[in-house]
Design a protein around this ligand. Structure first.
Ligand code: NAG
Ligand code: NAG
Ligand code: NAG
Length: 380
């Protein structure tokens, strides 16, 4: 072998090695680029389906099996009738106090099957039942993010809880494809019991969005504002902030705020003041349009923020499954963000699609929401 060809081979092999090393250094978190990116459709709209409080995995050896099959039917039915571009799973995937250590996360595969069948991307928040003696948030995260359709993130691992992140929504294919037009915020209200911690299933994790997370939220908002200006945003969190309780105490006239209001009082984050940093951050976030919670299976209304003008709307999701407490008919809260008509600006509409196909509580969350008169929701 000549010296030149030896040099060639050394160079070739070194380059090859460097490339191999580079590719192997890509950690699982960097798989991001293969995920679908959220984009408005041709008409300038994005529709979200919120599945709340699925509570899979109860009573493994009996009625729980049928219960989960019925819940899967709810998801399938609704996805057969609506065509969202994103699903949000808004906490309490699994009733973790009922499941077994060796297979608690098996339920995740059953939960997401209807979403995978529709090739529908989803983003989650975790609930207080997702952390229990035999189920950890970390395991849940590992399992759900093994699907390319999962957009769930943990943006800053130093924050308490896991599902603290945001997703950007980009303009329609023919328009501002490279520019985000809206933000979806996701927060972890934590709660539940530490994994494999005795006494089993004794809730020991604080059940509110941590003040550190509230600070992170404000910083991220400022950064996004510096880059893109004020963007419309929606927020998702499992346990309601205390403003939801204040709204309910204010009396929620069903002709203005349609939707079942049977969970009285609203079960909130902490005892009413622990979430103050988070609530202040929500109020300080310019462009934040509305906040969507789960947790209370018997509430499905949207309210104005009590005592405030120009504050985000407060919306309960709709219990979407047969697991968990309560026998209210099941449904899915749908949210449609539309940038279609430039003159009107952005419009946000929401309704509940019931398991039987009915559409109830369809409202426009606009400037006159709270004054506009709506039919009260029957059949919920
Ligand atoms: C946790 O899982 C183990 C192993 O399957 C089971 O024996 C135990 O009863 C479960 N414990 C609780 C508290 O759910
Ligand atoms: C999990 O394990 C339990 C106990 O062995 C069993 O009864 C149950 O069917 C299993 N669940 C799943 C989803 O595999
Ligand atoms: C808000 O939406 C309702 C229902 O579509 C409509 O009647 C009302 O005029 C809207 N208000 C504004 C300010 O556009």
């Amino acid at each position: 072998m000549s010296l030149t060809s030896l040099r060639f081979w050394i160079l070739f092999l070194t380059s090859f090695l460097i490339l191999v090393l580079l590719f192997s250094a890509i950690s699982p978190g960097d798989r991001d680029f293969i995920h679908p990116r959220l984009q408005l459709d041709q008409s300038g709209a994005l529709t979200i389906a919120i599945f709340a409080d699925l509570h899979y995995g109860e009573e493994e050896n009996g009625w729980g099996i049928d219960q989960d099959i019925k819940s899967t039917h709810v998801m399938r039915n609704v996805l057969g009738m609506e065509s969202p571009s994103l699903a949000v799973i808004n906490g309490d995937f699994i009733t973790g106090e009922n499941t077994f250590r060796e297979n608690s996360t098996e339920y995740v595969h059953r939960i997401v099957a209807p979403l995978v069948a529709h090739d529908l991307p989803w983003a989650s928040t975790y609930g207080n039942h997702d952390s229990k003696f035999n189920l950890s948030r970390e395991a849940l995260f590992q399992t759900e993010t093994s699907y390319p359709q999962s957009l769930t993130r943990q943006m800053d691992p130093s924050l308490p809880g896991m599902t603290n992140y945001y997703l950007l929504i980009y303009g329609p294919p023919s328009g501002n494809e490279e520019r985000p037009v809206a933000v979806l915020w996701f927060f972890d209200s934590r709660g539940g019991a530490s994994y494999q911690h005795e006494p089993a299933n004794e809730d020991d994790i604080p059940n509110w969005v941590a003040p550190e997370t509230a600070r992170w939220f404000s910083t991220q908002h400022q950064n996004l504002k510096a880059d893109y200006g004020i963007l419309l945003s929606l927020a998702f969190v499992h346990i309601p902030p205390h403003a939801f309780l204040d709204a309910q105490k204010g009396g929620l006239d069903p002709s203005h705020f349609p939707g079942v209001n049977d969970d009285v009082p609203v079960a909130i984050q902490g005892k009413g003041s622990e979430d103050t940093a988070f609530v202040d951050a929500l109020l300080a976030t310019e462009g934040l349009h509305s906040i969507y919670v789960g947790h209370d299976h018997g509430n499905a209304w949207c309210s104005t923020w009590p005592g405030r003008e120009k504050a985000p709307f407060l919306c309960c999701s709709k219990h979407s499954a047969y697991g968990g407490y309560g026998t209210w008919n099941r449904g899915v809260r749908m949210v449609r963000i539309s940038f279609g008509d430039g003159a009107k600006g952005c419009e946000v509409e929401t309704w509940v699609r019931m398991e039987n196909g009915d559409i109830v509580s369809r409202v426009s969350l606009n400037e006159t929401y709270g004054i506009d008169v709506y039919p009260t929701a029957d059949g919920e």
